[in-house]
Structure formats: C-alpha cells, structure tokens
Ligand binder design. Structure first.
Ligand SMILES: [Zn+2]
Length: 360
C-alpha cells in the first residue's frame, strides 16, 4: 500500500514537473522578437526602423514592422520597395501591416514596406538616388560600401539571417508595363525547393519563371531572395503593377497571394488557394535598344509573340523610323517599355520563354 502510494506521488510530481517544463518552454519559445527598433512581445505588432549609419555617404532608416503571433511558429519576412516607385508592391505590404492580426498568427512576420525610401520620395525609378545603385543587386552587402551596400548588409543580418521564409515583392517600374508573374529559384536542396514551390503555387500568380542560374557564392548573392535561398531559407519573388499605377486588382493579387502563402505555411488558419495550372517559364530574354529615340509599341504586356514578330518601332526626333525591335524568341511579353523616352541601352521588352514541361 505504501509502495503504491509512493508510486502515485512520484508520478504526480513527474507530471507537474513536465507541465512546468512545457509551460516554460512555450513561454521561452514565444519571446519578444525585435528587428531594429521594432520590438514586439507575443500578441503584439510593433513598428520601428533598421538604422543604417552614415559611412562613405549618408545614412538611412528603413521602416520595419514586427507582427509577433500568440502561438509559436516560423519567421516569415516580407520585403518590398527596393525599387521605390514599384508602387503596387509597396501598397500591398502597407495593407498587410493592417491586416495581419497577431492574435490569429502562429509565428512571426517581419515586414519591410519600403527599403528604398529615397527612390520613393524623389520618384526615381530603378535605383537608390543616393548612390545610383539598384537595391536588389548588391546583396549580401558590405559595411564599408555605399548606402545601398550598407542597407543590404543590415537587411541580410537583421532580416534574412533570422527568417525561415522570405517573399520579395516587385512590379513594373515607372517605365515598365508589366503583367504579373513570380520567380521560383530551385537550389538543388530537395526540402527547401519543395517548400519554396509550395509557396509560389500557393501565392497563385499564373506565370512562374523557373530561375535556375543564380549566384551560389554566399558573399556575392546579388539578389535578396537568392541571398535567402543560399542561406537555406525558402524564398520567392512576386511582381505585379505597372508604370506608376496602383490598380486594386494588382494590389489584391499580392495581398491575397501573401495570405494564401501564409495558410500554406500554417501561419494563419484556413486552406491556401493553390494555382493548379500556371504557365512555367524557363528563361527570360531581354530586348534592348541600340539607339536613342521615341518608342511606339505594337504589343502589350502579356501579349504572346512569335520569334521575329515586331514589338514596336523607334523613330528619331524627326519621325523617321530608325529601329524595328523584334522578338528574338517566341514567348510572353512579361514587360514592355511603357513610355516613349528611349536612350541607347534601355530595355524595350522582357520576353518569357515557355518551359518545355511544367515544373509541377
Ligand atoms: Zn523591382
């Protein structure tokens, strides 16, 4: 009898110890998450800045939002505005700041709604006007570089290194008429590629570029999503919007795509809306101008073209046709020059070549 009671007592003690351990572990696992000056306890949403100190040129502050869920889970990074006039991609993440509810969230979402503040404020497309560099070409960044490189290093350390998954948002810039599409960059690591493919299908954009030939050196990854991918984090790029417009339909593609991806990652409740029949593209072919002049398009964003088909014509400033750019390959016009201004070397169109076989 005594032995029996002793057995019950020790079982009760063991259960209490296990329960306390489980609680301590859960509380520990759901601790405060801070990025830059934004620090959110579980169940909170916090705003702040990643401070990029002055160096060879001026410093900058990159806005950051941390949404810390009440339940444990992965860390998802949503990064946009590297190109500060790709407005749809910025407005979509602004909307997500309001929509994400920490009370419903498992895990943590880190949102960078505007990486390139100077581009946005000064309405300068493609580059950071402070140093003339694209803010999606200098990852992982460097401490003694110009502002773009220092900002890239801060994002690599504060966001990329600390997330599990990453989505990078872009779109047609002020001079680009773009149809929506996504990039999926397989790495050869089966589990990571399975998750990133699940993410891109759940996001739901109907044209997906399979981006195979990317830098694999972690010190020269160039692009943000590739920086994440090389560091073992499943990542995708999504693009919508064009030529300075903010169409509700384009914003919805990015907002709803993000929420669907978060459902696939089990960070919010509900089933993802997975695209069943995307068009997979195996490469992109650039068409650029070797003259300066005035561009007149003959195709639109999303037009399917044959090899040799005329994309438009370019005249000199006296109305004489001096160039008839043609599609070098058959495919879909992913984006097209949206404005008449054309200087030597400018992009006229990007054509996506349809893959021989679907990737899904
Ligand atoms: Zn961009």
């Amino acid at each position: 009898m005594r032995r029996f009671r002793a057995g019950v007592a020790s079982a009760v003690v063991a259960m209490v110890v296990l329960a306390v351990l489980a609680t301590v572990t859960a509380v520990w696992a759901q601790k405060t998450f801070a990025v830059g000056t934004a620090s959110a306890a579980p169940g909170q949403k916090a705003t702040g800045y990643i401070e990029v100190p002055a160096g060879v040129d001026q410093g900058t502050n990159i806005p950051v939002v941390v949404v810390n869920g009440v339940k444990p889970g992965p860390v998802l990074a949503l990064v946009t505005g590297a190109h500060g006039t790709e407005y749809v991609s910025i407005i979509a993440v602004e909307k997500l700041i309001g929509e994400l509810d920490p009370a419903e969230l498992s895990g943590t979402v880190v949102l960078l709604p505007l990486v390139n503040v100077a581009s946005f404020e000064q309405k300068v497309p493609h580059v950071n006007p402070v140093d003339g560099k694209s803010m999606n070409r200098f990852y992982p960044g460097k401490a003694d570089g110009t502002q773009t490189e220092r900002a890239s290093l801060a994002i690599t350390k504060e966001v990329v290194d600390r997330c599990d998954y990453l989505i990078d948002y872009h779109g047609g810039d002020l001079d680009e008429s773009l149809r929506p599409y996504a990039y999926w960059g397989p790495t050869g690591r089966a589990e990571q590629d399975r998750i990133s493919k699940e993410m891109v299908l759940a996001f739901g954009l109907d044209h997906i570029i399979i981006w195979r030939e990317r830098p694999t050196d972690p010190t020269a990854t160039r692009y943000l999503d590739n920086t994440a991918a090389v560091r073992g984090k499943a990542s995708i790029v999504v693009e919508a919007g064009y030529a300075g417009t903010v169409e509700a339909e384009d914003v919805s593609l990015l907002v709803n795509g993000t929420l669907s991806t978060m459902r696939a990652l089990k960070m919010i409740p509900g089933a993802p809306h997975v695209i069943e029949n995307p068009v997979w593209l195996e490469r992109i072919v650039d068409v650029s101008s070797d003259v300066e002049g005035i561009f007149y398009p003959l195709v639109k964003r999303g037009t399917y073209v044959q090899a040799g088909m005329k994309l438009g014509y370019v005249t000199d400033f006296f109305g004489k046709t001096i160039l008839e750019p043609r599609a070098p390959v058959a495919g879909v016009v992913l984006h097209l020059d949206a404005v008449p201004s054309l200087k030597k070397g400018d992009n006229i169109a990007n054509i996506g070549v349809v893959a021989a076989q679907p990737a899904n």
